[in-house]
Design a protein around this ligand. Structure first.
Ligand code: CAA
Length: 387
């Protein structure tokens, strides 16, 4: 059987951020609670000219620019998101149009809180096993919104990841065998009439850790692998301290620090829900100073509600040459830091709109812009000076 997995990966986050020390100052909170207690430094803020579609297209575009042949070989586009922009039409159909993909490619949207990108990956692997000359484009794009002056506020953020799944992958081969945990819990959810999540915060952190333990036990049973069989670990990162606690749980007495490079991007971007685990993977592959070729990585994916999965992959030889570290560092470092009132203004402008037409205010964006709604139809534009 041919190896299958992730052949290329690209991340995107909008050009604005909020330093958590600024948020803490405005809320009258000790900044150490956010920077040490939650482990976060900044969070990306989505401007009115962006949404999950523009972030997704901006994440995917560099993959196509690097390899124009992809347009002819992508036969499946899976868009994973918690923050869908339409109750019926898949967000991926807008991305398909903005990127001018092949009309013979299937497009579908998946939802299960932050877990759906993992199912998208597994589904893409299953599809591509049958089709040696085609590939799947998997996109996860989300904006984490809890509301102004809520306990969840410092754990917001936004971003997107796009990756190509195919046979003989150049980055990471996804292995057979996974540990799964599904349970009906109300830790975090969002009814259709709300644009901010409802969350039982402390309970959600306990459910996350219980789901990790159950998945890990199931994974060990299915694969016979131990903690030591993995060189590195990537977790879903709602905030870095959560992933650190998860890692302590698995590492037990071993004091290995083998998840820290996976947290470099999430610490600066904040929660990106479905994209978070894969932004963490890009962070690991682009920032770990060791050559990880041939090493096994363990992945923990958690989606409130809840569905969770522990699975693994083996890093391909020479993966470094296919990463985009400089570009990703530039994206993150060139963001404009906002004051708290500026962030609040963007937050309110991005709230659910029920009118049939509106235009977004001019604000910096990536390669694609969300212009507003005209007669209930969302309008997008590719910028001339795109990537
Ligand atoms: N200096 C240093 N540390 C401090 C501090 C200070 N001055 N003040 C507080 N802290 C520490 C606390 O001790 C605590 O650490 P521990 O948990 O290790 O004890 C940490 O800072 C946070 O403090 P609190 O627990 O008091 O914080 P809170 O109640 O205000 O809210 C939260 C924390 C529950 C995570 C909240 O931000 C929240 O609801 N976030 C959204 C939900 C979430 O992210 N859940 C994660 C699991 S669910 C999931 O993963 C899916 C998803 O993406 C949403």
């Amino acid at each position: 059987m041919s190896p299958i997995g992730i052949d290329a990966i690209s991340i995107y986050t909008p050009p604005y951020s909020l330093p958590l020390t600024e948020l803490a100052r405005a809320r009258g909170i000790d900044p150490l609670k956010y920077t040490v207690g939650l482990g976060q430094e900044t969070m990306s803020v989505m401007p009115p000219r962006e949404d999950i579609v523009t972030m997704a297209a901006s994440a995917a575009l560099p993959l196509l620019n690097k390899n124009p042949e992809l347009k002819n070989t992508i036969s499946l586009v899976i868009f994973a998101t918690e923050s869908g922009v339409d109750q019926s039409k898949a967000a991926g159909t807008w991305v398909h149009n903005l990127l001018q993909l092949n009309s013979k490619a299937r497009v579908i949207e998946l939802k299960q809180a932050c877990y759906s990108a993992t199912f998208a990956l597994q589904m893409a692997c299953a599809f591509m096993k049958q089709t040696p000359h085609q590939c799947a484009l998997v996109i996860a794009s989300d904006t984490a919104r809890y509301g102004i002056n809520t306990p969840g506020e410092p754990t917001q953020g936004c971003g997107a990841v796009a990756f190509i799944v195919k046979q003989h992958p150049r980055l990471i081969e996804i292995e057979e065998g996974a540990g799964i945990h599904t349970e009906h819990v109300m830790d975090f959810w969002r009814p259709p009439y709300l644009d901010t999540a409802l969350v039982d915060g402390k309970y959600s952190t306990r459910v996350y850790l219980t789901a990790l333990q159950t998945c890990w036990d199931h994974y060990q049973e299915a694969t016979n692998r131990q903690y030591e069989s993995h060189a590195r670990f990537c977790y879903h990162v709602p905030f870095c301290k959560m992933a650190e606690k998860a890692h302590e749980r698995l590492a037990k007495e071993s004091c290995s620090d083998n998840s820290k490079h996976a947290l470099i991007y999430p610490k600066l971007i904040g929660n990106s829900y479905s994209a978070s685990l894969y932004i963490s993977l890009a962070s690991l592959l682009e920032n770990d100073p060791e050559d990880l070729s041939g090493q096994r990585i363990g992945f923990f994916s958690y989606g409130s509600g809840c569905v969770a999965e522990f699975f693994s992959g083996v890093v391909a030889k020479g993966y470094q040459q296919y990463m985009a570290q400089e570009w990703h560092h530039h994206l993150i470092q060139s963001r404009t830091p906002l004051s708290c009132p500026e962030y609040e203004q963007f937050f309110l402008l991005n709230s659910l709109k029920s009118t049939e037409s509106y235009s977004t205010i001019d604000s910096a964006a990536g390669s694609f812009e969300f212009l507003g709604v005209e007669g209930h139809v969302r309008r997008y534009k590719k910028k001339q000076s795109g990537l």
